[in-house]
Design a protein around this ligand. Sequence first.
Ligand SMILES: Nc1nc2c(ncn2[C@@H]2O[C@H](COP(=O)(O)OP(=O)(O)OP(=O)(O)O)[C@@H](O)[C@H]2O)c(=O)[nH]1
Ligand SMILES: [Mg+2]
Length: 235
Amino acid sequence: MKNNFAIVIPSYNEVKNISILMKGIRKLFPSAKIIIVDDSLPKENKKLKAILKGKRNTMLISRFKKGGRGSAVIEGFKEALKDREINYVFEMDSDLAHDPKEMKRFMEKIKEKKFDLVIGSRYLPGGKIINIAPDRTIMSRMINRFLYYWLGIHLSDHTSGFRLYSRRSVNYLTKTRMYSKGFITLSESAYKIYLKGYSIGEVPITWNYRVYGKSNVNTKELLNSLFCVIKMRII
Ligand SMILES: Nc1nc2c(ncn2[C@@H]2O[C@H](COP(=O)(O)OP(=O)(O)OP(=O)(O)O)[C@@H](O)[C@H]2O)c(=O)[nH]1
Ligand SMILES: [Mg+2]
């Protein structure tokens, strides 16, 4: 894969992390298209703009209002599709949870069986979670078990935000109605792709807990997510 892929990165108050992440990506993929969708307030956004200034093939979409990780990614997908040469689109977190060095394996996997989505799984054999409190891991595992049975898609990791999509699945997701806006859009996207009859593969990844910045996970978001997931299956 030359430069026929884009990388969509949602961000909310992640200036410090993004400057490190950009270096990591650029070392491996000097000219891939990077699309950052930032929801920080103007003061934080200005700092981000400053560090991205002059950066090659890098686009910043600024929304100035916390609209949810999922809706930010869909916005980035729309932007990626404007470039006719893009055949694949990555999404990854901006808080250094995901290592760009693992992207090559996603690319190999997506081509192996012409998958439409490859999910970076923390729970496949070979996958790892480092530096996170055990209660968070248990909660994530429980959510994943619930989704496995409730949605009937047999994935090991429904909510990993490190993924590679085919152009046609990205196109489909931007055109279909999404019920969610936050992190659970990850589950909704996989479900929609599955219902469409497109194929999904997984590769093991190592997930790192953030060093800088604050988590966006809270009880309100979790309850909203639960509600969305129940609605998705019923409607
Ligand atoms: N654009 C945008 N990005 C968001 C929003 N909420 C979260 N993000 C980004 O989505 C990614 C995942 O959010 P996190 O808060 O790291 O969620 P998490 O990885 O489940 O939890 P922690 O790692 O514990 O913080 C990060 O890169 C965030 O900056 C949002 O409302 N808008
Ligand atoms: Mg995170």
